[in-house]
Design a binder for this molecule. Structure first.
Ligand SMILES: Cc1cc2nc3c(=O)[nH]c(=O)nc-3n(C[C@H](O)[C@H](O)[C@H](O)COP(=O)(O)OP(=O)(O)OC[C@H]3O[C@@H](n4cnc5c(N)ncnc54)[C@H](O)[C@@H]3O)c2cc1C
Length: 222
């Protein structure tokens, strides 16, 4: 199945989990199995939206392909009409899923050392990748850096060789140290466009060339 052009499929909401603040995980059951890869993202259509509002947003899968449910981690603090409708969904209601695409290669090409850097909710594709890694028992050295608050901290810290949760002002020093220790690693970045571009520029200035990223376009730069 070509996931980028597949016909729209239905997802049934199973559960909404409150992570913290305005961040929620939505667990859905697909009408039929969707063979996505870890680290991909999907277009999610909400039904019952006012006609003048955009009914589609892109979300990275927070679940891994072997999981029976599909999950998305959503920062809904904008309070947009889309976020309000999503939050109002009851278990058993449906949404549409279509156009599944990737910006990041998974598993990484060639190298066995991987550094993942997430800004806030940018953690979602990395949860998918790290769950996939653990399930497949693939041997990679993985370092995960969470910048600002993000969900899934306990789960992810158990899945990686090194887990660091830092504040934004600690980013320059943490990056300098990480670049020194993992100069030849494959770097993955995800989060708001401003966050991703800032980290990518710092990596590039240090001669790091293996960098892939997911810019969460539309996510506000809080
Ligand atoms: C590849 C990809 C993967 C993504 N994965 C995820 C994911 O896993 N989880 C996730 O939560 N999001 C993800 N996003 C972002 C998501 O698609 C939406 O863009 C995001 O949730 C914002 O939608 P919204 O309805 O809240 O805001 P919108 O109404 O769409 O916001 C519209 C514009 O207003 C700005 N804006 C909104 N609120 C404010 C505010 N309070 N102050 C200032 N400006 C504001 C936004 O920056 C945006 O430019 C992803 C995006 C892409 C492209």
């Amino acid at each position: 199945m070509d996931l980028a052009t597949m016909p729209e499929e239905k997802l049934t909401l199973l559960e909404r989990r409150h992570e913290y603040g305005d961040v929620y995980t939505y667990l859905f059951k697909p009408a039929q199995p969707i063979p996505y890869r870890a680290g991909q993202y999907a277009h999610v259509r909400l039904f019952g939206m006012p006609p003048e509002e955009r009914a589609v947003r892109e979300f990275s899968f927070a679940s891994a392909p072997h999981d029976t449910e599909i999950s998305f981690g959503v920062d809904s603090r904008s309070g947009s009409a889309y976020q309000r409708r999503l939050h109002a969904m009851k278990a058993g209601e449906t949404a549409g899923i279509f156009k599944i695409k990737s910006h990041m290669t998974w598993p990484p090409p060639v190298v066995s050392d991987v550094v993942m850097i997430a800004g806030g909710i940018g953690v979602t594709p990395f949860r998918s990748m790290l769950r996939d890694l653990a399930y497949k028992r693939v041997s990679l050295t993985s370092t995960f850096i969470q910048v600002g608050r993000g969900p899934y901290q306990d789960e992810l810290s158990a899945l990686v060789a090194e887990y660091r949760a830092i504040q934004r002002d600690e980013l320059p020093s943490t990056l300098a140290q990480t670049i020194q220790e993992h100069h030849d690693a494959h770097y993955y970045l995800a989060g708001s466009p401003g966050f991703v571009q800032t980290v990518a520029a710092a990596l590039s200035a240090s001669g790091i060339t293996r960098v892939e990223s997911d810019e969460f376009k539309g996510l506000a730069e809080y």
